[in-house]
Design a protein around this ligand. Structure first.
Ligand SMILES: [Zn+2]
Length: 186
């Protein structure tokens, strides 16, 4: 078994009881079949991708809160956050640039849970980019946003997420307009 999961279980930070899974002391849902997750996302994307992004942000904020009970060091919190995301089934996150001082980061995601979402012509990982933005927002204490520049659902080999401060976004950039500023799918 994956070492990190073992460590969590041995320290009783991950508990499986009948009817309940507890991760870092918080009730957690661990298993949603991929197709069910796709369906939920597709339904929300049809309504408004930003809605899904904002739900992701709440999850990212919550993830930071769970970790916050265990460490207040932002670097340790970031490392633990990435480890937790990597056992959550969204895919394998790698920080290719992680600059807490300047409040920006780039993540690559391999094995994205959304890689098989059919017929997507634009990036679809709004929930995931929301989680990253929400998590970074809490780590940096600044309003942050996340743009998905590459997506496995569109045929790229990875999903790529760029996270930066809200005030540093270029409002004329096509992806910023589509993923952050527009409230309805175009
Ligand atoms: Zn993606």
């Amino acid at each position: 078994m994956y070492d990190f999961v073992n460590k969590l279980r041995l320290s009783k930070q991950l508990l499986f009881e009948e009817g309940e899974i507890t991760l870092l002391g918080e009730p957690t849902v661990m298993m949603i079949p991929q197709e069910g997750f796709h369906q939920m996302q597709e339904t929300l994307i049809q309504q408004d991708p930003l809605l899904l992004y904002n739900i992701g942000k709440i999850s990212g904020t919550k993830l930071h809160q769970m970790i916050g009970h265990h460490t207040i060091n932002p670097k340790t919190a970031a490392k633990l956050g990435i480890q937790l995301l990597n056992i959550s089934g969204y895919g394998k996150f790698t920080p290719v640039n992680f600059d807490l001082e300047n409040k920006r980061a780039i993540f690559h995601l391999e094995k994205s849970i959304n890689r098989n979402m059919k017929g997507a012509r634009e990036p679809v990982c709004h929930y995931i980019r929301g989680m990253l933005a929400g998590f970074m927002e809490k780590l940096t204490h600044e309003p942050m946003e996340c743009i998905e520049t590459k997506c496995m659902a569109n045929g790229h080999t990875i999903c790529e997420f760029i996270i930066k401060q809200k005030k540093e976004l270029d409002p004329d950039a096509e992806l910023v307009k589509k993923q952050i500023l527009n409230h309805k799918k175009t």
